[in-house]
Design a protein around this ligand. Structure first.
Ligand code: ARG
Length: 461
């Protein structure tokens, strides 16, 4: 039986009924629907619809339903209820009869679903925050282990300047920190409760919406009911935070796919996280990273879908909104899983330090130091850049590193060069010179590590 049968003379067409039902997606809101229903039952005491005793019975019954069904999804899915709200209503009435029907006094599914979605997003945000912090800790751990591990740093995928693996890890900790702050930002909007808005124009019952909001753990209630029942901005916010973060995870994947490729080959993924080819016996493929990179598209798809779903949608509630959940769930589930998998990857890599160092030394990645050296000696940087470029060409023609050229050769290009140039051109000096805030020097890396350690120490996980 549908919730709205009174006005109708015919039963729903079987195909329409199936088409209209959302239970197979929104069953995941059971916990949230029960939480908001319990809060609502408490408000019903204030307006003399329920006695304290009746409310207690409703509350214990709802909790027992949660206990029985939260891990028993198949039973929920076997029902032919339209959605999780009607399923819960049927269950409650089956258990406590007429009293169960009273819970639905003055409450619309429009406000109910908006409230439940926010509750779900709050729960999921907390899970995501923990996962981000966990991943930051794994990066931090790797960074601490690899402060002296030199790897090539790239621009345009050409070797540019040497960096350390610790420094690379720190870059991802920064990105993840922005992701974390973005989630915390979204949480501000998640903290306003739509319950008590009625179907569209507010409720005729004399209820305290702020009290109701606090009962569910929100910090306040929303303002305009028309907006509240149709607002899904918070889903867009969640999915855009997810999309930006997935972009970070996908760049992480791409970096490691390249670093572990036959071409760069200075990082190796453990056998336990790679797979082989059915034809080529020699292959060891980074599927895990390719999947993270690939799954990013699903999250972008979810974000685009919700944006398109809402575009041009007239106020207030329209059934189109029923489609919002699958996008929200898909996007957030992928994000959640990929955050976890990036940690698995990081814990299962091996860095071939000698090869990494060799690659960092090659590619004339110390040419900037040469130009800087000339600039220190008084040459304008533009000229210094030009001269250093000429010296690089000379070294290429002799198949030598810059630091293998003899002093006379240097002097031919610029008489100001002295023997101290060789000290400037070492990998270690390239790193140590970058000692302003945010640079790759040991001191700067150590500062960053200390700050991050301190921050992560104070965040509970
Ligand atoms: N299953 C619906 C949804 O997800 C619940 C709200 C139904 N409201 C309505 N007026 N039909 O949007």
């Amino acid at each position: 039986m549908s919730l709205w049968g009174g006005r109708f003379t015919k039963l729903s067409h079987v195909k329409f009924k199936k088409f209209n039902n959302s239970l197979k997606v929104d069953y995941r809101l059971i916990k949230d629907d029960i939480k908001s229903s319990i809060a609502w039952s408490k408000i019903l005491i204030d307006i003399q619809i329920l006695t304290n005793k009746e409310q207690k019975l409703i509350e214990t019954t709802l909790n027992s339903i949660l206990k029985k069904y939260s891990n028993n999804i198949t039973d929920i899915l076997e029902s032919d209820s339209e959605d999780i709200h009607s399923w819960l209503e049927t269950m409650l009435i089956n258990k406590i009869g007429e009293l169960g029907k009273k819970l639905y006094t003055g409450r619309s599914r429009n406000e109910q679903i908006a409230t439940n979605l926010k509750l779900w997003c709050k729960r999921k945000s907390n899970v995501i925050l923990k996962k981000i912090i966990k991943l930051q800790r794994i990066f931090l751990n790797q960074a601490c282990l690899h402060q002296d591990t030199i790897i090539p740093g790239y621009t345009h995928l050409q070797r540019a300047q040497p960096i350390t693996f610790a420094y690379w890890c720190l870059a991802y900790i920064e990105m993840l920190e922005r992701d974390r702050l973005r989630v915390l930002d979204v949480m501000k909007y998640l903290n306003l409760s739509p319950l008590g808005c009625g179907a569209i124009a507010g409720t005729s019952w004399n209820i305290d919406r702020k009290k109701l909001a606090l009962l569910m753990g929100f910090s306040d209630s929303t303002n305009n009911a028309l907006d509240s029942v149709s607002d899904r901005d918070f889903i867009i916010d969640m999915l855009s935070a997810a999309s930006i973060s997935m972009m970070h995870l996908s760049r992480f994947s791409e970096d490691l796919i390249f670093y572990s490729s036959g071409e760069a080959c200075f990082i190796e993924l453990s056998d336990s996280i790679t797979s082989g080819s059915s034809l080529m016996p020699q292959k060891k493929n980074p599927d895990i990273l390719e999947l993270i990179r690939g799954k990013c598209s699903g999250v972008y798809g979810s974000l685009h879908s919700i944006l398109i779903l809402l575009k041009g949608l007239p106020l207030s509630y329209n059934k189109d909104l029923q489609e919002d959940k699958q996008h929200l769930f898909q996007g957030l589930d992928i994000w959640d899983e990929c955050l976890e998998m990036c940690g698995v990857v990081l814990n299962n890599i091996h860095i071939h330090k000698l090869r990494a160092k060799k690659l960092a030394r090659e590619g004339y990645s110390n040419a900037t130091e040469l130009a800087d050296y000339l600039a220190i000696k008084g040459v304008s940087f533009r000229d210094a850049h030009h001269v250093a470029g000429n010296i690089v060409m000379k070294a290429i023609s002799q198949n030598k590193y810059l630091e293998e050229l003899d002093l006379l050769t240097f002097k031919k290009y610029c008489p100001l060069v002295e023997s101290d140039i060789y000290q400037y051109l070492t990998l270690e000096s390239c790193l140590e010179k970058k000692d302003a805030i945010g640079g790759v020097s040991k001191r700067q890396v150590q500062n960053s590590l200390n700050l991050i350690k301190e921050r992560l120490y104070h965040i509970d996980s």
